[in-house]
Design a protein around this ligand. Sequence first.
Ligand SMILES: Cc1cc2nc3c(=O)[nH]c(=O)nc-3n(C[C@H](O)[C@H](O)[C@H](O)COP(=O)(O)OP(=O)(O)OC[C@H]3O[C@@H](n4cnc5c(N)ncnc54)[C@H](O)[C@@H]3O)c2cc1C
Ligand code: FES
Length: 279
Amino acid sequence: MSSCDRQVARATVRACTPAGRDGFLLRVALPAPFATPLEGGHFFMLRTDGADFPFLNRPFSVHSATPDGRGPELSFIFKAVGRGTGCLSRLRPGDAVTLVGPLGQPFPAATPGTTTVLVAGGVGLPPLFRWLERRRELGSREPALLLYGARFRDQLFELAAAEQLGVPVRTATEDGSHGLKGRVDALLAATLDELAPRPVVVYTCGPDPMMAAVARLAAARGVRCLVSLETLMACGFGVCNACAVPVTDGDGALARYARACIDGPVMEGTKVLWQAAAH
Ligand SMILES: Cc1cc2nc3c(=O)[nH]c(=O)nc-3n(C[C@H](O)[C@H](O)[C@H](O)COP(=O)(O)OP(=O)(O)OC[C@H]3O[C@@H](n4cnc5c(N)ncnc54)[C@H](O)[C@@H]3O)c2cc1C
Ligand code: FES
């Protein structure tokens, strides 16, 4: 989907309900479906009508698009961390939301003969959930599995729904309340051991330190890893440079800056200079 397909749409809130300990599941209805399906990693810049919403729209990955991947119902999962997400968390059925999108480079479809290992951290689930939903819509038989990590069980948002997407789901929590006790990169290490020497690709989304650890681990095993960045953004479509990400050509030195909104959010994990990207 190219940036030319970008629209400004007014959507109506169907529901905004608490999800887990500190998350929200927002379901909105659009006036018409999109011309082409939304892929895992596509995102929208959202805002509410309220005067207290910040000046800049806020980016959120598509979690689900029904009934056929084009809408008109979309859902998002978010954590209330500041003013914009605070406004979103107070939305009620019938309220209006403005969406700009779809935006960004999504995760590619499965590579034939390769197992796709999806690694999600907390509220990083949406682009990977949507990728699995799309895989099911396409009837893909390529193997995939989801590794889902969080600090506590109730930060494994929409776990039951993820378990209905037709692939094995393994979990890790730091307090041991669900699945492996520990971090999701430990789960990835064990899974890569188990899958070797079969061809594998890793797709990941979550907090930067988690994605950096996952990308490092994959690189050490010679496994390709794509990350979906959640860099701060202002416009979302390539005109403001607010989302500059330092990238390397592989020698660890800064080669240039990429724009997470149009060159990403999905990028090669080995290209991102994680230390310099930290904010
Ligand atoms: C492509 C993309 C997809 C995203 N998808 C999701 C999603 O599906 N669910 C979700 O919960 N969030 C997602 N985010 C992050 C989300 O956009 C931010 O949490 C949101 O913009 C915060 O807005 P705010 O006004 O509530 O917080 P602000 O008041 O702007 O910030 C509150 C605090 O959070 C910090 N912060 C804000 N945004 C980020 C960020 N991106 N990374 C690290 N720290 C940040 C600020 O520095 C500040 O300390 C995504 C971001 C991008 C770029
Ligand atoms: S957010 Fe404006 S260029 Fe990326």
